[in-house]
Design a protein around this ligand. Structure first.
Ligand code: FAD
Length: 317
């Protein structure tokens, strides 16, 4: 079922989560062990992230280095199919522009369609370590908006090969990313919102936000979107802080702010066990206000950890 239908049919705020594929060589059982404790909150859908290749240099033994491309977390499509089979909930694969030609994207979407996957989150992806800026494939999509357009075309029965006769239209519900604190490459918020609007005009049906720790930032973002005519559901993304290091890692990796009050409280914590309790309490306060304001879904970034999310979700679901 489409995410938009889940939201329309819901009698209040829903619970959902994002998981990352296990590292190459790990068992899917370990992933299910992380998801299992969260199933009591009845997520109607589970997102599965996509991880690009990375380049590593291996000694060839003759003093020379060999550059090799490896994927540390493959398996997004397989995991989505496994989640749908195992839990009977919708799995939402993340589809990125980086590393894919349009043809490869089309083939991946055909696989997803055959597997009975109804939803995709369309993203650009980030640059890989060896690039200074994001570089699309020469025949790939350069921005998420182009990827949204490609998926919308398939939803209209238009595949890349325009000689195809009577191609079956797909029916993907397309989600996209939104940034309450602005995407780090955008020169200003208006610029970023302008491109977000473009993604919606080209066919996006819902938005999932980057994580945030100050609800006021999310509410302002929603208000700004609405005043620009973006009227699709805007799902807040949440991740409880659980270790001291998050104070520097989260801003660096996700380009977000940690509010002063939260930062001060984390610094006061004696150890990471105390930070985790604080993160749970902060998350509960955030969720309480978001639910009061009627957000469609609380979407948790699990990143391999489920216990803090479980404690927060228990309060509401
Ligand atoms: P875009 O919407 O393409 O925007 C990128 C930047 O370009 C923005 O600054 C925008 O303002 C600007 N822009 C957009 N269109 C144009 C245009 N036509 N011309 C000029 N400028 C333009 N990454 C992964 O690799 N795998 C994942 O699974 C993954 N999941 C994510 C899930 C969520 C909910 C979020 C918020 C992010 C996720 N990311 C993931 C990270 C994401 O790929 C990066 O944030 C990336 O840098 C931007 O992706 P985007 O889809 O927002 O890009």
């Amino acid at each position: 079922m489409k995410i938009t239908e889940h939201i329309e049919k819901a009698d209040g705020t829903l619970f959902s989560l994002e998981i990352i594929p296990p590292k190459k060589g790990d068992s899917i059982k370990n992933l299910f062990n992380q998801i299992d404790p969260l199933m009591e909150f009845k997520p109607p859908f589970i997102d599965v992230t996509y991880h690009r290749e990375e380049y590593v240099y291996k000694e060839r033994g003759n003093g020379l280095l060999e550059k090799r491309s490896i994927k540390k977390r493959p398996g997004t499509v397989g995991i989505c199919a496994a989640i749908q089979n195992h839990y009977n909930v919708d799995a939402v694969p993340h589809i990125i522009c980086g590393g894919f030609s349009k043809e490869e994207t089309e083939n991946a979407l055909i696989d997803l369609n055959f597997l009975g996957i109804d939803n995709v989150l369309a993203l650009r992806g980030d640059s890989i370590k060896s690039e200074q800026h994001f570089e699309p494939e020469p025949d790939g999509n350069a921005y998420a908006s182009e990827l949204v357009e490609q998926i919308s075309n398939m939803n209209n029965g238009e595949y890349i090969d325009d000689e195809l006769q009577n191609a079956i239209p797909t029916e993907f519900c397309i989600g996209v990313a939104g940034y309450p604190e602005k995407h780090f490459e955008a020169p200003n918020m208006d610029f970023d919102l302008g491109w977000l609007k473009k993604k919606v005009e080209l066919g996006a049906e819902y938005i999932v936000t980057q994580m945030f720790y100050d609800n006021a930032v999310y509410f302002k973002f929603v208000e700004d979107c609405r005043s620009m005519g973006i009227d699709i559901p805007i799902i807040p993304g949440l991740k409880p802080i659980s270790i001291k290091k998050h104070l520097t890692v989260l801003p660096k990796v996700f380009k977000i702010d940690v509010p002063k009050e939260l930062e001060r409280e984390v610094v006061k914590c004696a150890d990471n066990a105390a930070v985790k309790e604080l993160g749970i309490e902060w998350g509960i306060q955030q969720c309480r206000e978001l639910i009061e304001k009627g957000v469609p879904v609380l979407h948790f970034y699990s990143m391999g950890k489920s216990d803090a999310i479980q404690r927060i979700a228990k309060e509401f679901f």
